[in-house]
Ligand binder design. Structure first.
Ligand SMILES: C[S@@+](CC[C@H](N)C(=O)[O-])C[C@H]1O[C@@H](n2cnc3c(N)ncnc32)[C@H](O)[C@@H]1O
Length: 436
């Protein structure tokens, strides 16, 4: 078999080679320096070419396949060295497949508060490790790996500093992702390990991994709850009006369902001095709310109410806001929440959903990855405009308008329609039996 017909061997065959397979080594020149830096090359790489069962499996009929044709086209026919385009494609997949490494490296940096320390100026790993009482060489290697993907810069003296990307790891900046990076590395990281289980069974990976739903877990693990609610609140940390463009008319009381510590409600009230607010959530989510609302100087216009929105939501409001609530749930449960809102709302009430509206075609990676997150964590989903319209209709609302928002927070405005809700949930997007 010619070298350029073979599946490309892993560079370190100590890990990848089938030990039972005969193999031979091929000396090939080092790869171009600008190929993405996935692995450090020496001046000359020695790669074993595996001709064992695994290679045979991959190679079976290889000359017939598109991949193999591409591989052959993508190689210098004399040396077998892949051309840059082919190598870049492989490196891209390599990095995608090993993305968990960066999730955890970022988690370590966020958890240790590295970025907040680097605000004072560049620092080497040794001195950072001394301050943090962690292992210097291990910390150095994590920071070096993050520098290689652009989170930090490193100077010739080995001192790390924040790059524009790394700035978002600071906890004190607008739109900080520090809490997010911490959260991602904890339960979501573990739950995504059961994504295959979800695909095989339709069950929620988080529940499979932890034996309970995510919100039940947060209620029983206050530390995880703090990280989660801090992450959520950071999503509303900008100075802007979260309901920009939404005409509330002369409505007077806004009820924020599942409002967490009140970041969104506080921001809305600050932009509307005559509006009053009701913050509603499960008790554990509201622990920090009084202090937060106090700090935002909106306590005198706010009432805090606890309960489960699956039972009922507070009446007395004329604007009901659900921000990043319904995407947490499959259709049947989301419908229950909407129907409870419908039951509490006056005829002239306004419903505002802050949710992503998934484009019908070519949705961007952030949005479809969030969809995976919803599937894994709660059995929820991102929805297209047509799906939102249908869901709202089944709960007795008419979708009036969609205002595109930043990131995954579009604003969907709906009003109670003449249709009295009561229809049973349709067959699609139902939660698995144990979730109901
Ligand atoms: C993804 S967070 C969104 C928080 C906030 N609305 C925001 O946009 O930042 C989901 C919220 O739903 C709340 N929640 C979960 N189960 C609930 C229930 N049964 N009743 C009321 N709120 C609930 C959680 O406590 C949490 O605050």
């Amino acid at each position: 078999m010619a070298v350029n017909e073979m599946p490309r061997p892993a560079k370190n065959m100590n890990h990848a080679r089938d030990p039972t397979a005969p193999n031979r080594s091929v000396r090939i020149p080092s790869l171009p320096a600008d190929r993405g830096g996935v692995e450090q090359g020496t001046t000359e790489d020695t790669r074993s070419v595996n001709e064992g069962p695994a290679a045979a499996r991959l190679g079976a009929g290889a000359s017939e396949t598109k991949l193999s044709r591409r591989r052959m086209e993508g190689c210098d026919p004399r040396s077998g060295v892949p051309d840059r385009e082919d190598e870049a494609a492989r490196d891209r997949l390599y990095l995608l497949a090993s993305g968990f490494r960066m999730t955890q490296a970022l988690y370590v940096a966020a958890k240790l508060g590295i970025a907040d320390r680097l605000v004072r100026g560049p620092q080497d790993a040794q001195s950072l490790a001394g301050e943090l009482n962690v292992h210097p060489d291990s910390l150095f290697r994590v920071l070096r790996a993050l520098a290689a993907v652009g989170v930090f810069t490193v100077d010739p003296q080995g001192r790390f500093a924040l790059s524009p990307v790394g700035e978002y790891l600071r906890s004190d900046v607008q739109d900080s992702l520090a809490a997010f990076a911490t959260f991602q590395g904890e339960e979501p990281y573990a739950a995504f390990g059961d994504l295959l289980h979800t695909v095989r069974t339709g069950e929620t990976a988080f529940d499979h991994r932890y034996g309970m739903g995510h919100f039940d877990y947060l209620a029983r693990h206050p530390e995880a709850g703090v990280t989660f609610h801090r992450t959520m609140a950071a999503g509303h940390a900008s100075d802007g009006d979260p309901l920009e463009g939404c005409d509330l008319g002369d409505r007077r009381v806004l009820v924020d369902i599942g409002g967490g510590r009140g970041a969104l409600l506080a921001a809305v009230l600050l932009h509307r001095p005559t509006l009053r607010g009701v913050l509603f959530d499960v008790p554990v989510a509201l622990v920090d709310a009084p202090a937060f609302l106090e700090a935002a100087h909106v306590t005198d216009r706010c009432e805090i109410r606890t309960g489960s929105a699956f039972d009922a939501v507070p009446s007395g409001g004329d604007v009901y806001v659900l921000s990043r609530i319904l995407h947490d749930w499959p259709d049947d449960r989301a419908l229950q929440l909407l129907r409870n809102c419908r039951a509490a709302m006056p005829p002239g009430g306004l419903l505002i959903l802050l949710e992503g509206v998934l484009p019908e075609t070519a949705p961007p990676p952030t949005r479809v990855q969030l969809d995976l997150m919803m599937m894994v964590m709660n059995g929820g989903r991102e929805r297209t405009e047509a799906e939102w319209r249908r869901l709202l209709g089944r709960a007795g609302f008419a979708l009036d308008r969609v205002l595109p928002g930043r990131r995954n927070q579009d604003r969907i405005l709906a009003s109670p329609s003449g249709v009295v809700p009561g229809e049973a949930p349709g067959p699609e997007h139902r939660s698995p039996p144990e979730d109901r």
